[in-house]
Design a protein around this ligand. Structure first.
Ligand SMILES: [Zn+2]
Length: 239
């Protein structure tokens, strides 16, 4: 049994307030009972952390899965409206176009209706072309293509003051995949590509001192990838 968490990350960069992924959301009709009709204090906690909804400039979506887009919207007067009224929401063009061309089942259509389309209808969703070496979307904030979990999946690299952090999104779901990148998630659209992407990414991070932030890693959520005689290893930081 592996425990997973669902994180949003708040980042300040170049005077912009940026959120990376928006979790599961409140009041959403979901097939998964653990995600259905939640009433969490997410927005209060976000505001306490200095990210009041009106103050958020950019929302980066690593991919368009239910547990990453939930707080894109909130219920207001019986309709779903963008939670972050002044923000541009970003996702990769490949990601949006993949789902547009995909025969979605009803639960996924429901998720698009309540969490993606309202943002598009409000004109707040921007589709980003992400070349192989990534693209900068704010000072020191770079989308890194990491396909496999979904075709347009991106990780997010942060550079500041000579230090680097990387938000994994779902190219890595759990620390057990650091020594064992071959362990795949049942949600991976292309498991073989997901594995090679994960292996390449983790290998590139090993020994670099990069602070790795696992979008689904339960606390401690941060750590570093090191390499020793036995291969890749996860060294958690904090508690
Ligand atoms: Zn996920």
């Amino acid at each position: 049994m592996l425990r997973l968490a669902s994180h949003s990350f708040g980042v300040s960069a170049g005077g912009l307030r940026i959120l990376v992924d928006t979790g599961i959301g409140n009041g959403k009709q979901r097939a998964n009972p653990a995600w259905h009709g939640l009433r969490t204090g997410y927005l209060d906690r976000l505001a306490e952390a200095g990210f009041a909804p009106e103050s958020v400039d950019l929302v980066v979506l690593t991919h368009l899965h239910t547990d990453h887009v939930g707080w894109n919207t909130r219920m207001d007067g019986g309709t779903w409206v963008p939670t972050f009224p002044h923000a541009r929401y970003l996702t990769s063009r490949v990601e949006r176009e993949f789902w547009a061309g995909c025969a979605m089942d009803e639960p996924r259509r429901q998720m698009f209706r309540d969490s993606v389309l309202p943002v598009e209808d409000a004109g707040q969703l921007d589709l980003v072309d992400v070349p192989a070496d990534g693209t900068e979307v704010a000072p020191g904030v770079r989308l890194v293509p990491t396909p496999g979990h979904t075709p347009g999946h991106v990780a997010v690299r942060l550079d500041s003051g000579g230090q680097t952090a990387l938000i994994t999104g779902d190219c890595v779901h759990h620390p057990v995949q650091v020594p064992r990148p071959d362990i795949t998630s049942c949600a991976d659209v292309d498991p073989a590509l997901a594995e090679s992407t994960r292996r390449d990414l983790l290998t590139s991070l090993a020994g670099t001192g990069t602070l790795v932030l696992g979008t689904h890693f339960p606390p401690p959520t941060a750590g570093q990838v090191v390499v020793d005689d036995e291969g890749l290893r996860w060294v958690p930081i904090g508690s």
